[in-house]
Every structure is written in C-alpha cells, then in structure tokens.
Design a protein around this ligand. Structure first.
Ligand code: NGQ
Ligand code: ZN
Length: 452
C-alpha cells in the first residue's frame, strides 16, 4: 500500500484540492479530496491522469529530423522509403535501445502509456527469428525498463498494396501469413504477461497490407483486445481503395466488419461526411497523430465535425518526430483554426476550456483504444499520474481549467515535474530516473546506425 497527497488534482468530477490517493499493487483504491495528508507522501503540483499515447512506431524516433532536406518529389511515400532504408539493418539490441529512449521521453513529456503498433518482426533477411517474438520481447523489455504502461499491438502485414499484390523487398521484415501471425500473437501474449499490467491487441497494418480474406481471419483470431488499423491517411490510399474494393476505406471497413469500441482507426484523415458520422456512431476511437500527420503532409482530420457527432478520439506520437503530449493536442486544435479561420474550435460549448476538452477527450479515447484501466484518477484505475509544476511562471495567476489551457497552449511539457506509473515514481524534477544510461546507449546506437 502507498499513499500520495496532491495539492491539486483533476478528478472525473472536476478539480479538487488536497487530495489523498491510496494505491495498492499499482491500482487506485481510494481518492479522498479535502483530506488531511496523514502519513501520505506529499507531491507538490497539479496532478492529472497521464495521457495515453495510442499510436507509436518506436524505432522511427531514431530518424526524426533526417528526412527534412528537399528531394526531387517529397511526399509521404518518399519519407516511407527513407524509413524503410533505416529499418533494414536494425538488430533486436538496436530496437530495444531506441524504444527505451522513446518511452523515456514519453514519460518525461506527459505520456504514461503507449500502444506500440509493432511490425518489425523478422531478422534483416526477412526470416523469422528463432523466437518469433524476439522483437516483441525487446519492446516489452524497453517498456519495463522505463516503466511506461504497454499495449502491444502486433501488426499483421502480408501484401504490398491493394489487390493482394506482393510486398516490396523493403517490407520483408514485416510479413506473415495468417497462421504465422497467430503464432506471433500467441507468443506476444506470453511475453506481455511478464510486464506489469500490459495488454495485447492486434493491428492489421492497413487495407493496403491485407486482403479482405486475411483481414477476416486475423480479426476473428484476435478474439479479445483492441484492434488498430491505419486507414485513409493519404488521398492516394482512398483512390486506390475505391478502385480495388469499390468504396472508400472507412465505408468499406464499416460495411464489412463489426467496427465498434474495440477498434482504433488510426489517422482517418480523409473521410466523407457520411464516414465521419459512421465512425462517431460506431464507438470506435479515431487515433489522431497530429504532429506526424503535419510532418508527413497527410492532411487535416475533420475534428470539428467528428466531435460535433460525439466521436471519440485519442492521440499518438506515431513517427515520434516530436514526443510531447501537450503539443499533440495543441497541433490538433491549431490545424482546425488554420483551416476554419476560427478559435477554440474543439471546445464543445461557450465557456468551456479548450485545453480541458482536448485533454479529457484524449484520456478517455486513449484509455479505450489501449484496452487498459487507465485515463482517470478514480478507484479501480492504474495510478498513472503526471504532476505539473504549479509554481512555473507560465501558470502564474492561473487556476483549474486555465492551468490546462496554459499547459496545452503555452508551456507544454516543460511543466512536467513528477510522473508515476502504477504508483511508482519514474520521473522526478522532469528527469527520468534512468535517463543517463538510456540516453547514452541510444546515442551510441544511433551514431553507429546513421554513420553506416
Ligand atoms: C508505418 N506510418 O507503418 O510506419 C506507416 C508508414 C505505411 C504511417 N502511416 C508505412 N504514418 O503506411 O505504409
Ligand atoms: Zn502508424
């Protein structure tokens, strides 16, 4: 049993002060606002449930910034070629070192859980490792080393494009047939069982990487847990999907699968009005990655319309071009402002704080998409808590919701002072407890990989 005492905390019912939270085995067992500290450990600042990061490809952190020089015809697809060139040589040790660094940064910047959409399964020559779960195990080790909450989403990847076309050479490390994928999924479940409170879902990569038949096989096999899929991120994908399947991707998915609360539709950037409302009413989560979507030139998610229909959303750091929970929320709102020439677009009603609306929306949607009991400071949830520095000059004179507005729009992650996951403090004074070791190992690994 542990007990913590917070000066301020955002609870499901709203702001509370002098809050004692009791934790047993990582889970919140009591929340008492207006309570004396007693023997509880006092943690100064503003306590928030940690943000879930619902979409991540950890290894991509190592090439952040290396595809920002103009080429002949830059696009999402040319970026992907750079990314494939980098991943071709990665060893399990490399992946573990890079993932640990990315997860450590997440913890220092407001995220307490990650959904690893994991597709780098095989050895450099495309052959499975002796343990098909070798790479998944490295992700699990990196998560355990940093303390971040983990949802492992092994990706099913079989084809290079619509129509069942063969995969590219650069995709050979990703590939499985449905039977191979089921073996990987079973092994991933064993691996995840060794990490505190980890969850496992499935991630058919995209409609480009599967056929209707193999998609059905893996969705039926993944009988429980979240189902994540990249969808409608690029306009070319929408055009190709109409040509191959006769419908745009989101309509096709909803007509052919029981898309509901277990599903996370990653990006869902290019949807028609009908698709927006169908996703909203399905209860699925839109997995938005605003910084990556901006970096890759994907387009702008139609968030105002989606939220007006009570659509659920969460945020992900995807390519890890920048790891920062508050910055994802800010970019989400700013993209709407730039498009619609308006302000406070995503707040639901007059008087509502945009920061609070975005933060609470992403907590709920992120927790749902990651299939774990997180995202809220209440009994029965994990004690995953981010504590902001209330004495920072950017928060001077602010209180309650305006703390959140200033966190999201002004100060960002430099306010993050203390972070606990499952009741264990992993970040103090803004620094992860293993920063020196993890950062040095990362620096060595990336220097070697990039100078190759
Ligand atoms: C990925 N990333 O799997 O890492 C993809 C690129 C693809 C994003 N879609 C590869 N942002 O979609 O084919
Ligand atoms: Zn992705």
């Amino acid at each position: 049993m542990k007990a913590f005492f917070f000066e301020h905390a955002l609870l499901p019912a709203g702001w509370a002060h002098e809050v004692r939270i009791d934790v047993d085995d990582g889970t919140i067992v009591a929340v008492q606002p207006g309570s004396p500290a007693g023997g509880a450990e006092r943690i100064p600042g503003i306590a928030l449930a940690g943000l879930p990061n619902l979409h991540c490809h950890a290894f991509q952190r190592a090439i952040a910034g290396l595809a920002e020089r103009r080429g002949a015809a830059d696009s999402f697809w040319s970026w992907r070629a750079v990314m494939y060139g980098f991943l071709a040589a990665l060893t399990p040790d490399d992946v573990e070192a890079i993932a640990a660094f990315a997860y450590m940064e997440m913890l220092e910047r407001g995220f307490t859980a990650v959904g690893e959409f994991h597709y780098l399964h095989h050895d450099v020559d495309g052959r499975p490792f002796a343990d098909v779960g070798e790479m998944a195990a490295r992700i699990a080790t990196a998560a355990a080393e940093t303390g971040i909450g983990l949802t492992l989403l092994p990706s099913f990847y079989a084809n290079g494009d619509f129509g069942g076309v063969a995969a590219l050479r650069g995709q050979r490390r990703f590939l499985n047939d449905p039977d191979g994928f089921l073996r990987l999924l079973a092994r991933t479940r064993e691996i995840a069982a060794s990490v505190a409170d980890a969850a496992v879902g499935i991630a058919p990569h995209s409609l480009r990487a599967v056929t209707p038949k193999t998609l059905r096989a893996v969705v039926e096999a993944g009988s429980s847990g979240p189902i994540h899929i990249h969808v409608a991120e690029q306009t070319r994908e929408v055009v190709d999907c109409v040509a191959a399947l006769g419908q745009p991707p989101v309509d096709w998915l909803i007509d052919n699968f029981d898309v509901g609360p277990r599903w996370c539709l990653v990006h869902a950037t290019h949807m028609g009005a009908g698709e927006i409302s169908r996703v909203a009413h399905s209860g699925a989560v839109a997995g938005l990655c605003p910084l990556t979507e901006a970096n890759l030139g994907d387009g702008i998610f139609r968030a105002a319309e989606f939220l007006a229909e009570s659509g659920r959303f969460g945020v992900g750091s995807d390519s890890n071009i920048e790891i920062d929970g508050a910055a994802e929320l800010r970019q989400l709102e700013y993209s709407q402002r730039l498009k619609l020439h308006a302000r406070n677009v995503l707040a639901a009603h007059e008087g509502q704080s945009t920061g609070r609306r975005l933060y609470e929306g992403a907590l709920a949607g992120g927790a749902q998409a990651l299939g774990r009991g997180i995202g809220s400071l209440e009994v029965g949830r994990r004690a995953d808590i981010v504590i902001l520095a209330a004495d920072h000059p950017d928060l001077a004179g602010r209180r309650d919701d305006s703390w959140l507005d200033s966190y999201v729009f002004v100060a960002g992650s430099k306010l993050v002072r203390t972070v606990m996951v499952g009741g264990t403090i992993v970040v103090s004074d803004g620094r992860h407890r293993a920063r020196a070791v993890i950062a040095e190992r990362y620096r060595k690994v990336v220097t070697r990989l990039i100078s190759k």
